[in-house]
Design a protein around this ligand. Structure first.
Ligand code: BES
Ligand code: ZN
Length: 398
């Protein structure tokens, strides 16, 4: 709560420095109604969309608004400052209505579960991540159209189901897709207080090889150790520790292994668009795609800044400082390079913490040589990402 207020007030003060008189804010419907009654005027909404409204206020009015939201609506955030009308409109268009979902207000990201997170983070085990990577790379290929690609998704489902077999509030399912045989995998821990708010940790389950000789074909050997057995193994380790510690989140937490990412983010697109269509409230998404190869010397976790949510990226940075304690920074894909983009384009806040900067990328991906051996030989780099995932599901899930 406190952190969110500080963020909100920093936001306002930076806006007022740039534009001392008029301030642009975006608010949700509940806050907009409050503004009308509180400020005693009839305010025009200047732009509306995705459940948000852009309006212009004076610095004093912003102050009143901030206090009102906190004291009377008992929320942090619920509005956002912008430098200009254009920026406010852009924010509305980009963000999507899920930012205004009941328990996912702007900047409502706090870190307050140290006593739960720290012991879980300490249990992350390099060997168990490495062994999962080895099992996944033992499938000849995880190509979305191959027989072994189908089998590998069933194996992930079985592994996650086994880790959660003692829990009646947990389900593990294969999500079938219409146009290809490989299923996605979805594990759900039902939230105890806010089951309709969903936190998602995902990564793609498929692999591919590109190139001239049988490249991209369903029968070519494609170990995909770094891309992306490592992401699935990172998620599996997160699940293992969550289950062994009896983790019962207030919000619903889902773990996803997406089919057919390598051919255009197809599995995640299917899932994210149907979530949007059904009006599901997804409060945060993390994508783990490549966590094995430490390519950048002075940065361990690199957040992709494009096709991701800025406020959530900053929250992840704070989680790394608090719990993972490794150097982190930013880089860019330059395009929608993985499944986080499917969530972003459906209006949900998504992030992609990545193994290196784009400049230091693992040159072996999409080849027969994307193996554990060529990516450093052990899973110690991936372990940092599992720690971050644990911090995220506990802090955001509660
Ligand atoms: N893991 C890669 C994405 C990636 C590669 C991120 C290098 C950062 C650095 C992913 O599996 C992939 O290959 N994505 C496709 C794009 C997709 C839309 C088919 C790609 O990058 O070509
Ligand atoms: Zn990938």
């Amino acid at each position: 709560m406190k952190n969110a207020l500080i963020v909100a007030s920093l936001l306002i003060s930076s806006v007022s420095m740039a534009a001392p008189k008029a301030q642009w804010v975006t608010v949700d419907a509940e806050v907009f109604a409050k503004v009308q009654t509180k400020l005693g005027k009839s305010y025009k909404s200047l732009h509306k969309g995705n459940g948000a409204i852009a309006m212009q206020l004076t610095a004093k009015e912003v102050e009143v608004l901030s206090e009102t939201i906190h004291d009377e609506l008992h929320r942090c955030g619920g509005f956002m400052g912008h430098e200009s009308y254009d920026e406010a409109v852009q924010a509305i268009n980009m963000q999507g209505e899920t930012h205004f979902a009941k328990h996912a207000k702007f900047d409502n990201y706090t870190i307050e579960n140290q006593s739960i997170v720290a012991p879980m983070v300490a249990q992350v085990n390099e060997l168990s991540i490495r062994q999962m990577i080895e099992k996944l790379t033992n499938f000849h290929t995880r190509h979305y159209k191959s027989e072994s690609g189908v089998k590998s998704s069933e194996f992930i489902r079985d592994t996650w189901a086994d880790l959660s077999k003692h829990r009646s509030d947990v389900t593990v399912e294969l999500v079938k897709h219409k146009n290809w045989p490989q299923a996605s995998i979805v594990m759900t821990i039902e939230g105890s207080e806010f089951p309709n708010d969903i936190v998602i940790i995902g990564g793609h389950a498929d692999s591919i090889v590109s190139g001239m000789f049988g490249g991209g074909s369903p029968s070519s050997r494609s170990p995909g150790a770094d891309d992306n057995a490592s992401g699935i193994a990172t998620i599996t380790e997160t699940i293992r520790i969550a289950m062994e510690n009896g983790f019962k989140p207030k919000k619903t937490v889902q773990f996803m292994g997406y089919a057919a990412e390598e051919v255009g983010l197809l599995g995640s697109k299917d899932i994210a668009t149907s979530y949007k269509k059904e009006g599901k409230s997804v409060v945060g998404v993390i994508q783990f795609d490549m966590t094995l190869n430490k390519g950048t010397r002075d940065m361990d976790i690199v957040m992709m800044s494009d096709f991701t949510n800025k406020a959530q990226n900053e929250f992840l940075g704070r989680l790394i400082d608090e719990y993972v304690k490794v150097p982190w920074g930013y880089s860019k894909c330059g395009y929608g390079c993985s499944d986080h983009a499917s969530w972003t384009s459906n209006g949900y806040p998504a992030s992609m913490p990545f193994e290196s900067t784009m400049g230091d990328i693992n040159g072996k991906i999409h080849t027969v040589n994307d193996t554990l051996a060529t990516a450093g030989g052990d899973a110690s780099h991936s372990a940092k990402f599992a720690k971050l995932a644990l911090a995220f599901i506990v802090e955001l899930g509660n």
